[in-house]
Write a protein that binds this ligand. Structure first.
Ligand SMILES: *Cc1c(COP(=O)(O)O)cnc(C)c1O
Length: 328
């Protein structure tokens, strides 16, 4: 098998650390965390691993501009803006916002990194974001640029190889650490982090459980979405894997009030976790996923697992616009 080629952008490998006090509290499960929130500073988080592959494809096609989309506080959009600036490319971000956004968090960094931002309503985002990006691409082409569209979250066939490669990294770290993880847990927002881990796990026959916690939509939606990303990835490696849809293991029930919205339980959990472990989770993805995971462990719903690895996929900049909600 030949894997697609990538460029090097992230600080790798990211550390794996044991969460001492949470593990003790959970009793019986050793919980570890992989610090993909430390893949860089401007580029921090999981998206840069995917961008190592998607942007390589863009460069190979001779592109000079990256177009992508996301919510107003999108970590993916910010990472794309950072990567573009780092490589001397232009970036255009189509961001969802129903009101005039406050210049803070990731949105502020987008601007600081020189991105051009086009704001669209949540209705247009839901129904027409891909068309809007296409139209933007055409108008940029008419102006003499060569743009490349990266879909939401860089979750497509090529972006999937970011976490395919991360799975290889985890395998090497297991050998160095003399440990074997029975399961790997990630939050699921557009599916490409989960998809890459799932693909490598199957293709290499590692036999781990890959567990996602969805932070928008539901398990059914993501089983379809991840299946279709996998189909796209097969074309790149000219191979397929045998898997059943129910092996795509998604814990649902922790979306809370909705995407990027929080309730008091989640915020209290993030506070407790930060103070307890010295690790800061984000409110949109990792806070909800870690909350969901620990709740499920406490309920006895995670069976047959001794060593569990949670991937901290980043998102810290999204915490600052929410500082007043914590009541600290
Ligand atoms: C995008 C994102 C995720 C979700 O990853 P997907 O590949 O989109 O499912 C998780 N955590 C953070 C911080 C993110 O920005």
């Amino acid at each position: 098998m030949r894997l697609p080629v990538c460029i090097s952008l992230a600080n790798l490998p990211t550390k794996i650390e044991r969460l001492e006090r949470i593990s003790k509290e959970l009793g019986g499960i050793n919980l570890y965390i992989k610090r993909d929130d430390q893949t860089g500073s401007e580029i921090a988080g999981n998206k840069v691993r995917k961008l190592e592959f998607t942007v390589k494809e863009a460069l190979d096609k001779g592109c000079d501009t990256l177009i992508t989309c996301g919510g107003i506080q999108s970590n993916h959009a910010r990472a794309t803006a950072a990567v573009a600036a780092r490589l001397g490319l232009k970036s255009f971000l189509v961001l969802r916002s129903d009101e005039t956004p406050v210049l803070e968090g990731n949105y502020f960094l987008d601007k600081l990194l020189g991105a051009e931002v086009k704001l669209i309503t949540s209705k247009d985002y839901a129904t027409a974001r891909n068309q809007i990006m296409k139209d933007l691409k055409e108008s940029l082409e008419k102006a003499g640029h060569s743009p490349y569209i990266i879909p939401e979250g860089a979750s497509n066939g090529i972006g999937n190889f970011g976490y395919f490669k991360a799975m290889e990294e985890i395998k090497r770290q297991e050998e160095e650490m003399g440990i074997s993880f029975d399961g790997i847990v990630v939050s699921v927002g557009s599916g490409g982090t989960y998809g890459g881990l799932f693909l490598a796990n199957k293709l290499y026959g590692y036999g781990k459980r890959i567990i996602g916690v969805n932070i928008c939509d539901d398990a059914d939606y993501f089983k379809d979405k991840i299946s279709s990303i996998l189909e796209e990835s097969f074309q790149y490696i000219e191979e397929t894997i045998d898997y059943r849809r129910d092996e795509i293991e998604i814990i649902e029930g922790y979306v809370g009030r909705g995407y990027a919205l929080n309730n008091k339980k989640e915020l209290d959990f993030i506070y407790k976790f930060s103070a307890m472990e010295g690790v800061i989770l984000d409110p949109v993805y990792t806070g909800k996923a870690m909350y969901g995971l620990t709740e499920e462990i406490k309920k006895g719903n995670i069976k047959g697992i001794k060593n569990l690895l949670f991937i901290h996929t980043g998102g810290v900049f999204g915490l600052f616009p929410k500082k007043d909600l914590f009541g600290l």
